[in-house]
Design a protein around this ligand. Structure first.
Ligand code: SAM
Length: 307
């Protein structure tokens, strides 16, 4: 194997080599070189699939619409590939990485960037409210990430449900999950995740991404989705918790009618008769399935049952 000294231009190929410029980290050769030089091994349990396609990187950064005065939180920077691009656009980037072995790599790849802070922490334990208060004068931050797929939903729902000061979330997720987040009534992808995401945010699918854009290749297709937080939820409901319990119950048993789903729920006190009557008052049939109801209809059903 050739020397892995990062200043040696002869380890690279193509135009980068001719120009004598150092290729950026998204170049697969450069990624391999960096991880080998640190003796790093990929950890499956952390969902480590590093991005090696610069067009995809451009699409994520463009979709995130970052301004010079933005504070960006990057979840799982890996070896810093996306962090470098984010730092060029944003005022400041805070990169939270769980894997201790990646920290020395990040310290090297991001050494010249004075607007990046690396934090070795589990994002699920990280205090985003405190970050916005201390580093952004309380203004909402932007989240950008190529997410670890094993915890996509807890991360996104944590950011949305806990009313974190977040303006938008632009993330690479499993394609199937992106489809569920943006699906509407009647679609096979429509479910509790669609309704939860759409209650808090406006989804926009920015790109579909095949497995060969990552190292190592994941077994599933991926997509970039941006969730822009609503200033106000698109529907008014008296009790959010009750509405989401109804939604969960309706989709838990997808092939059952909504009346049966809610009647069988351990979480909810409503009998099948009560649900059927509430549906009737809303002008809906007692035989409807959850997958046909809009967010507005779930909100009305929730208020009706709670009245
Ligand atoms: N951003 C890099 C890229 O695009 O090449 C790496 C993306 S990789 C899909 C996911 C990253 O999230 C890995 O670096 C992984 O170690 C990190 N990660 C996994 N679980 C995490 C957690 N709970 N908190 C913070 N980072 C996590």
């Amino acid at each position: 194997m050739k020397s892995l000294d990062r200043r040696e231009p002869d380890v690279f190929t193509g135009g980068e080599e001719d120009s004598g410029r150092l290729p950026d980290l998204v170049d697969p050769k450069r990624t391999v070189e960096v991880i080998r030089s640190h003796g790093f091994s990929f950890r499956k349990k952390y969902g480590q699939n590093f991005l090696i396609d610069s067009h995809v990187l451009d699409k994520i950064v463009r979709a995130a619409d970052i301004r010079k005065d933005d504070l960006v939180l990057e979840i799982g920077p890996g070896i810093g590939t996306m962090t470098q691009r984010l730092a060029a656009e944003a005022g400041k980037v805070v990169a939270v990485e769980i894997d201790r072995d990646l920290i020395p790599i990040l310290q090297e790849t991001l050494a010249e960037l004075d607007n990046v802070e690396i934090v070795n922490e589990d994002i699920l334990k990280y205090d985003i409210g405190e970050l916005a208060r201390s580093a952004n004068g309380g203004r909402p931050i932007k989240v950008v990430a190529n997410l670890p797929y094993y915890i996509t939903t807890p991360i996104i729902m944590g950011l949305l449900e806990n009313h974190q000061p977040v303006d938008s979330i632009t993330v690479m997720v499993q394609r199937e999950v992106a489809m569920r987040m943006q699906a509407g009534p009647g679609s096979k992808d429509y479910g509790a995740l669609s309704l939860a995401v759409q209650y808090y945010a406006e989804p926009y699918l920015a790109a579909n991404v095949p497995p060969n854009c990552f190292l190592p290749r994941p077994q599933v297709g991926s997509a970039v989705i941006r969730l822009t937080r609503h200033a106000e939820p698109p529907v008014r409901v008296q009790d959010e918790k009750r509405m989401f319990a109804l939604i969960r119950a309706s989709f838990n048993q997808r092939r059952k009618t909504l009346v049966n789903g809610i009647g069988n729920s351990q979480e909810l006190p409503f009998t099948k008769e009560e649900t059927a009557k509430a549906l009737e008052r809303l002008g809906l049939s007692a035989n409807v399935r959850g997958e046909t109801l809009t967010l507005e209809q779930f909100a009305r059903l929730s208020d009706e049952l709670g009245a």
